[in-house]
Design a protein around this ligand. Structure first.
Ligand SMILES: *[C@@H]1O[C@H](CO)[C@@H](O)[C@H](O)[C@H]1NC(C)=O
Ligand SMILES: *[C@@H]1O[C@H](CO)[C@@H](O)[C@H](O)[C@H]1NC(C)=O
Length: 138
């Protein structure tokens, strides 16, 4: 019985250490839609299509506690009806003013959001992972 307790304690200690060392934990992707929209300017800084891309769905979310919080998202994006160089700037894009274009091109982007709330610091980077075929379902 005492051995069992010791083993359980060790396993817990190791898990706690793993997380302090900055391990990635999976998070509920459907709770990161807002974060994906926050990264729209960065996503659009990384593509040279004619229309702005907007998030369709967060496919995967991972969180890492470092100096602050690192959130790593895999976001499915698609062409919107807003043209670049039009009246709407990338920072003003919302689901309401730039809806998805019917049969627009889709792609998957990896977005990293590094936040240090106590310093009011946010750094967002985005990179394209791949294009998505019209037939792919998510
Ligand atoms: C993920 O979050 C959504 C929205 O908050 C919730 O409806 C769903 O039950 C959650 N899924 C899991 C596996 O926790
Ligand atoms: C944090 O940043 C926002 C936006 O730049 C600004 O409005 C706010 O005053 C800042 N807060 C602090 C505590 O620096």
């Amino acid at each position: 019985m005492q051995y069992a307790c010791l083993i359980v304690a060790l396993v817990f200690a190791m898990t706690a250490n793993g997380q302090m060392a900055g391990g990635l934990s999976n998070a509920n992707a459907s709770e990161y839609t807002g974060s994906a929209w926050k990264s729209v300017p960065e996503i659009n800084g990384q593509n040279n299509g004619a229309d702005y891309l907007v998030p369709i769905k967060v496919l995967k979310a991972q969180v890492q506690v470092v100096a602050g919080t690192n959130t790593i998202l895999e976001v499915l994006v698609g062409e919107s009806t807003c043209a670049k160089g039009g009246p709407i700037q990338a920072k003003q894009i919302t689901a309401a003013n730039c809806p998805l274009k019917a049969n627009g091109q889709r792609a998957i982007y990896k977005v990293t959001i590094w936040e240090k709330v106590w310093e009011n610091f946010t750094q967002i980077t985005a990179e394209k992972v791949r294009d998505v075929k019209p037939s792919e379902q998510f």
